[in-house]
Design a protein around this ligand. Structure first.
Ligand code: FNR
Length: 394
């Protein structure tokens, strides 16, 4: 229902059937500025599109009368037993979509038997998230110069995080043109028209207010934009450093006693180098098509990285995963598990913890049903023999 420009529709997460349903419902709840940040990509959106299209180039093998019963989705990542091979990728500023977004995402992941990777740019602090959900989530680090990185690593370790992902595909922030069109930024560039657009979302505006930190104190318990880092340090998005190199990664390996993953790898040679330095895992990712436009889609990049790494490290994949069958294809091509970014952001936007749970339920039921239809007993059994290059529809 639309009343004087206000969209009054309420959507119960349980009525949504697909991740795309969540996407549409989330879009209705967020001002254009925030939506451009959540859903946008770099420049011509070529990689964003390729990330999806790459999945449609593979068909799944189907074997009948396998008699397997309910397929098993259980696996481990970084030695942590998971009920399904889908984790929540790190997303910064989740509080812009739902003021308690990080807490909801962490609790939803834990309740479903998986893990949330907490971003360096999280809206709640590492300690607050660990307190709300003490199951042992993972920590994502944007590599910064020594002392800041060391401080963040110490904080993460002390708060109980034992697996760290270092994101290396942001030497500079990608050219997200939709954000520039809407004025999204820190601080946002406001015009009367943009203010009017935001005024159409009173529910969101209340959320945003609850999320503010004033004079070092939170307006409402706990939160504050980018509380994970010392707030001043990440202003102007100076989380990223164009001068960082492999020596810095080596230094991080020496500093971090837990499991270490490198996130944002597309090139097999980079993967090999990371593993030589001692990475326990590699995340094949193009940051959801938000960084280099015309970077290779992550699914296309996956087989090369898997072949180069062998069984010396775990290979994860993210960027463009929206369906249970996408997960199965990535696993068949050698990934141990996948991460999803935007899907759970839609989830928390629509329904907080319930919404994020709803998104994981969709992935779980889609994977179980498809494995049954394929005649495959478990995600562990998936290998290259379960996918076939697809002719139809390409
Ligand atoms: C991200 N991503 C990201 N990655 C990271 O390492 N640190 C971060 O703070 C963020 N922030 C962030 C914000 C938003 C709104 C999005 C959508 C993404 C990238 C993220 O971890 C992941 O690589 C992609 O989201 C995966 O692609 P899909 O699943 O969104 O298609």
């Amino acid at each position: 229902m639309n009343l004087f420009g206000f969209d009054l529709r309420w959507t119960a997460p349980e009525t949504l059937v697909t991740v795309e349903d969540y996407r549409r419902a989330a879009r209705r709840r967020l001002p254009a500025m925030v939506w451009s940040y959540v859903d946008g990509g770099a420049e011509g959106l070529e990689t964003l599109r390729d990330n999806r299209e790459a999945f449609s180039r593979w068909a799944l093998r189907a074997r009948m009368l396998a008699g397997n019963g309910t397929p098993s989705l259980a696996t481990t990542v970084a030695g942590v037993p998971l009920s399904m091979p889908v984790l929540f990728a790190p997303t910064g500023f989740l509080g812009l979509s739902q003021w308690q977004g990080d807490l909801h995402a962490a609790r939803a992941a834990a309740a479903a038997g998986t893990r949330y990777v907490v971003s360096t740019a999280s809206s709640w602090s590492l300690e607050e998230i660990a307190q709300a959900s003490p199951e042992g989530h993972f920590f994502q680090l944007y590599p910064r110069e020594g002392d800041i990185a060391a401080k963040l690593m110490r904080r993460a370790w002390n708060a109980g995080y034992r697996t760290m992902m270092v994101t290396v595909d942001v030497p500079v922030v990608g050219n997200r043109e939709a954000e520039r069109h809407t004025g999204m930024g820190i601080p946002p560039v406001m015009t009367p028209r943009r203010m009017l657009n935001i005024a159409r979302y009173p529910g969101w505006a209340i959320n945003a207010l609850r999320h503010q930190r004033i004079g070092g104190r939170n307006l409402v318990n706990g939160a504050g934009i980018a509380a994970a880092v010392e707030a001043a340090e990440i202003q102007n998005r100076q989380m990223v450093q164009a001068t960082l190199n492999w020596n810095d990664f080596q230094w991080m390996r020496e500093q971090w006693k837990g499991k270490l993953y490198i996130k944002g790898i597309l090139d097999p040679e980079d993967a090999v180098r990371a593993v030589r330095i001692g990475a326990d895992g590699v995340v094949v990712s193009n940051h959801g098509g938000r960084q280099l436009d015309f970077a290779l889609s992550s699914l296309e990049a996956l087989p090369g990285v898997v072949a180069a790494v062998g069984n010396r490290a775990e290979v994860l994949l993210d960027s463009g995963v929206r369906r249970g069958t996408d997960v199965l294809k990535a696993l068949a091509l050698g990934a141990r598990a996948v991460m999803v970014g935007r899907p759970y952001v839609y989830g928390v936007t629509v329904g907080g913890e319930r919404g994020a749970r709803g998104v994981l339920d969709i992935f779980r039921t889609e994977m179980e049903r498809s494995l049954s239809l394929m005649g495959c007993p478990s995600v562990e059994a998936l290998d290259r023999s379960w996918v076939v290059p697809r002719q139809a529809g390409t």
